[in-house]
Design a protein around this ligand. Sequence first.
Ligand SMILES: *[C@@H]1O[C@H](CO)[C@@H](O)[C@H](O)[C@H]1NC(C)=O
Ligand SMILES: *[C@@H]1O[C@H](CO)[C@@H](O)[C@H](O)[C@H]1NC(C)=O
Length: 303
Amino acid sequence: MLNRNKFPSFLLFSACFIIIYFLFDRKIIILKKSSSTRAEYLQDCLNLYKKLRNPDKKNIFRPPLREPPKELYDEFTDNGNFPITSLRYFNNAYSDSASNSSSSKLISSSQFYMLLQNVIQNKALGYKDTLLNKVMHEFKKNIEKKSMAVIGTVLPWVEAIAYHLGSSKVSSFDYTRKRYNISRLEWWHVNDFLDSSISNNKLETFDNAASFSSIEHAGLGRFGDPLSPYGDVEAVQQVHCMLKPGGLFFLGLPGSKDGSSFLVFNAHRIYGKSRLKLLFKNWKLIREYKGGHNIFVLQKHYY
Ligand SMILES: *[C@@H]1O[C@H](CO)[C@@H](O)[C@H](O)[C@H]1NC(C)=O
Ligand SMILES: *[C@@H]1O[C@H](CO)[C@@H](O)[C@H](O)[C@H]1NC(C)=O
């Protein structure tokens, strides 16, 4: 027998659920402060992994958008704190960025060994940078015999630095599928890593991490990634979840001359005080170096 009263209450329940679901989905998951328990922290990490693995498909645009959609504008600009100062359009959407294909491209070993030679000779590497090599050499004791996760790789030059400094294992993370034929090196498609971490309930597996000129692009759609106004914040939090407590994160980001923070859609974000504050939540800033890209050495000081 159908109870007439049940029908409307069920509808009401569904409506509440849907509203809560969307509120939650739109909300950025900022890891809680040290007052929360370790169990809560680990659960937050898993929730973040799940969110990153299953992005809202309506936020994926091919070709990438030239301007943020109206409904995301306030979030992209952090309600005026992070203004869009100009527009610069790129379409670097990789064809395989969202694929689950098992085919992967082999990274030529001779190319890697050439990068390694450049590290040894202290020559300019990716983005004509020489600073990251210098910084990571200063932290050799922390890197040697420890695992290193490299976030966002076009050319594995950051990997070459860690490899040279004696990392026990260097893992590249990207939205492309590639592989190495060199011991101590491995390549992860980010989605495969998230799947594996979620299904095995595995977090905090790396000793250290590094990322150069990658985080500032997260969530802008330029690389075919889903639009996410706080994609950079989430990417840095993902690294936090990947690291063992006490682990170091070598992070290279473009900085502004006057300390302001702004967005050049869909090219990149430029980091000044206010946006860095958002990014460095839950981290201890160990050292800071000024350069073409500024380099920050952060430490996970959570638990
Ligand atoms: C992976 O790709 C195959 C076809 O290429 C498809 O049938 C399958 O559903 C995909 N799996 C996921 C998890 O997307
Ligand atoms: C991998 O490298 C070894 C030598 O270290 C070589 O013998 C082998 O053919 C390589 N495999 C591929 C697929 O390139």
